[in-house]
Design a protein. Structure first.
Length: 309
């Protein structure tokens, strides 16, 4: 099977952990131990989050004021290289030496007319006082939003439209390579009025980009790996229960948290509708069971209604 695995940010850096190279490498090693179990007999593409890593680079950039901070597209490229390197090394230490691995910096096109640019929503970088936030908004043209009793910069999260490196990914897969790409939703780019491609200040949702990646690669399965074993209705409420399988149309009418499970459900539904194949949301620790159809929340247009565990 050709499988795209989208690793959640928790696979790289857990909440409350120090943002050190050692902590990230330790978590990536654990993630790779799970992924290595499904390598035999399959073609594998790995996508991943990068939110904490971009945030760290933004903090570091803010601390050095002699030059202007690097733009988000460059920070995204830096984190793709850093995280891809760690995944390659840790996964390579678990697999036979003849299994090739490659990380591709992945440019993703978005539309500058996307409504998301009118409603920036993704928080980026450090927190500021009200006075600092107001000054930075005027100086840099930033959008600022409350974050607890502080303020943070927010940027647009447009939909991904095209992955420029899709052909090299296919070529590598055909040669038996495990490919790491589309990290953090890919590097956000757009064409200007002169038809020149440029990086832009935005953050593309990792799960939506992974769904597009799986669709364009004609993957057999999309696995959205997270820190819970399934999507739940009424999460932590009195009617809390796990969804075993569902048709996308049913999930459209349900409410999921916008900052966590919501994008995963949207991505799974999009992939299933556009390909007629299955997407599964589940725990990375259950990845073998997910592949066997025994774990996670399965989303498919071939499923009638919704089924609970």
């Amino acid at each position: 099977m050709r499988i795209v695995v989208a690793l959640g940010g928790n696979a790289l850096l857990r909440r409350g952990e120090p943002m050190t190279a050692e902590a990230q490498r330790g978590n990536i090693r654990i993630a790779c131990e799970q992924i290595a179990r499904i390598v035999p007999g399959n073609e594998l593409v790995i996508a991943h989050g990068n939110g904490p890593q971009v945030g760290l680079l933004a903090l570091q950039g803010a601390a050095y004021t002699d030059v202007s901070a690097y733009p988000l597209d460059v920070l995204g490229a830096e984190t793709e290289g850093m995280i891809g390197y760690m995944i390659e090394q840790e996964l390579g230490n678990l697999l036979p030496v003849e299994v090739p691995l490659a990380t591709l910096l992945t440019q993703v096109e978005v539309d500058l007319d996307d409504p998301a640019f009118q409603h920036p929503s993704k928080p980026i970088g450090p927190v500021y006082t009200a006075e600092e936030a107001e000054r930075l908004a005027k100086e840099k043209g930033w959008s600022i939003a409350p974050d607890g009793d502080k303020f943070r910069r927010v940027v647009a999260s447009p939909r991904p439209n095209r992955i420029f490196e899709i052909l090299p990914v296919k070529w590598l897969l055909e040669k038996g390579t495990i490919v790491i790409c589309a990290g953090g939703g890919g590097i956000p780019t757009a064409y200007d009025e002169n038809n020149k491609l440029n990086g832009i200040e935005a953050v593309i949702d990792k799960d939506l980009c992974s769904a597009l990646l799986a669709e364009q690669l004609q993957a057999d399965l999309l696995i959205i790996a997270t820190d819970v074993d399934a999507a739940y209705v009424d999460w932590n409420g009195p009617n809390h229960k796990a969804i075993a399988s569902a048709h996308p149309d049913v999930l459209d009418d349900m409410q999921f948290a916008a900052g966590s499970m919501g994008p995963k459900i949207e991505a799974a539904c999009s992939y299933s509708r556009n390909t007629g194949k299955e997407a599964v949301i589940g725990a990375l620790a259950d990845i073998e069971e997910i592949l066997q159809g025994a774990a996670g929340t399965r989303v498919s247009t071939n499923i009638q209604g919704i089924n609970f565990r």
